[in-house]
Design a protein around this ligand. Structure first.
Ligand code: SAM
Length: 314
C-alpha cells in the first residue's frame, strides 16, 4: 500500500497499553474474492470507498477515544475494516450497513467479537430524519459515540441530524471528504461558513485530527479525506431552541452577502421590526449576514423569536 499524504503518520501512533495485539487482517484478496462472490461493484452513490490501510483504520479507532464498555454507532461498516478495531477495543458496537451484500462479509469478519452487531438498514429514514429503529437501539441521554468512515452522500445530513437530537452523542469521530471537513471547521466570513457549521457548533466543538490520501482506499476517491472529532458541549440549549437558531441562521445565510438590515427586512417583511431587532442587539445594519459570530447569531435569533419571526414565515 502506498504512502499516506497526511500530516500525521497513523502508524506512528503508540498502541494503547490496554489493547492486546490483534491478529493481522486477512489479505485484501480474500475480501475481494468474497465481494466478487456476491457480485459486488462499488457504488459511488453509496460512497463505497473502503479503507484498506490497517494502520489508518486503527488510528481512527484511537482518535475516537472510546473505551471498553462504551457504546458506539458506526454508519457503514462495509467489510468491517474500521469496525474490527472498535470491536477489539471492547466497545458495544452497533454497525448499520445499507448494502445487504456487505453486511454478511462484515459479520463474518467480526464473528470473534460478540460485542459487535451488524444490522442492514439505511441510517436515514428521510432527508430530515435518522432511522427511528436504529435510534431506539441506542442508549438514552446520548450516552453513545458515532465513529464512522461516513459515505459522502449522507455525511452532512447524518452529522446535522445527530447534532439536532434531543441528546446528541458524546462525540462523533468521522472520516469525511476534506471539503465537508472544511465546512465543519470554518469561521464566520469564510466561503465554507454556512448552515452546517452553525448548526453543529451549537452542540459540538470540532477538531481536525488527520488527513488521509486517496491511496489508502479502494476504490481510490478523487479527493482527500480528513478525520474530524466533534466533542459534545456541556450545558446544551434544549433541542427546540437549537433547531430554531439553526433555522434562523440558515435563513439569514441564504442572503449571506447582503446587509443585515436588508435581510432582516425581508425576513420580517418590515423595516421597522428589522431596525428594532438590530438596535436591541447593538448590531449595525450594514454588517453582512455571514460575518456574524455564533454569539451574535444566537442573540439575534432569540430577539427574532420575541418579535414573532417563525421559520415557516420566510
Ligand atoms: N467502514 C468501511 C471502511 O472504512 O472501509 C466502509 C466505509 S464506506 C466510505 C461507506 C459505507 O457506508 C459503505 O459500506 C456503504 O455501503 C455504506 N452506506 C452508504 N449509505 C448508507 C446509509 N444511508 N446507511 C448505512 N450505510 C450506508
Amino acid at each position: 500500500m502506498s504512502g499516506d499524504s497526511s500530516r500525521e503518520d497513523p502508524a506512528a501512533q503508540p498502541r494503547a497499553s490496554s489493547e492486546p495485539p490483534r491478529a493481522p487482517r486477512p489479505a485484501w484478496s480474500e475480501f475481494r474474492a468474497a465481494l466478487e462472490g456476491v457480485g459486488f461493484r462499488p457504488s459511488r452513490q453509496l460512497g463505497q470507498n473502503f479503507l484498506l490501510d490497517e494502520n489508518a483504520a486503527r488510528a481512527i479507532a484511537r482518535d475516537a477515544q472510546v473505551e471498553s464498555g462504551d457504546f458506539v454507532l458506526e454508519v457503514g461498516p462495509g467489510c468491517g475494516f474500521l469496525s474490527v478495531h472498535l470491536a477489539h477495543a471492547g466497545v458495544h458496537l452497533l454497525a448499520v450497513e445499507i448494502d445487504e451484500r456487505l453486511a454478511p462479509i462484515a459479520e463474518d469478519f467480526l464473528d470473534p467479537y460478540p460485542n459487535a452487531r451488524v444490522v442492514v438498514a439505511d441510517i436515514l429514514e428521510s432527508k430530515h430524519s435518522l432511522n427511528a429503529s436504529v435510534l431506539s437501539d441506542l442508549p438514552p441521554e446520548g450516552a453513545w459515540h458515532l465513529v464512522s468512515n461516513l459515505p459522502y452522500s449522507v455525511s452532512a445530513p447524518v452529522l446535522a441530524l445527530c447534532a439536532g437530537l434531543e441528546c446528541p452523542p458524546i462525540s462523533m469521530t468521522v472520516l469525511i471528504q476534506d471539503e465537508v471537513a472544511q465546512r465543519l471547521l470554518a469561521g464566520p466570513g469564510t466561503r465554507e461558513w454556512g448552515p452546517l457549521t452553525v448548526g453543529l457548533l451549537q452542540s459540538f466543538i470540532p477538531e481536525r485530527i488527520r488527513g488521509l490520501g486517496p491511496a489508502l482506499f479502494w476504490p481510490r476517491p478523487k479527493v482527500q479525506s480528513t478525520v474530524v472529532r466533534l466533542t459534545r458541549r456541556e450545558n446544551l440549549a434544549p433541542a427546540e431552541d437549537r433547531r430554531f437558531r439553526s433555522s434562523f441562521a440558515a435563513r439569514l445565510l441564504r442572503q449571506r452577502r447582503q446587509s443585515l438590515a436588508r435581510v432582516l427586512k425581508d425576513m420580517f417583511r418590515s423595516a421597522e421590526k428589522a431596525g428594532q431587532l438590530l438596535e436591541s442587539r447593538g448590531i449595525g445594519g450594514a454588517v453582512r449576514a455571514d460575518n456574524l459570530t455564533p454569539g451574535d447569531l444566537w442573540g439575534l435569533a432569540e430577539g427574532a423569536r420575541g418579535l414573532g419571526w417563525r421559520p415557516e414565515e420566510s
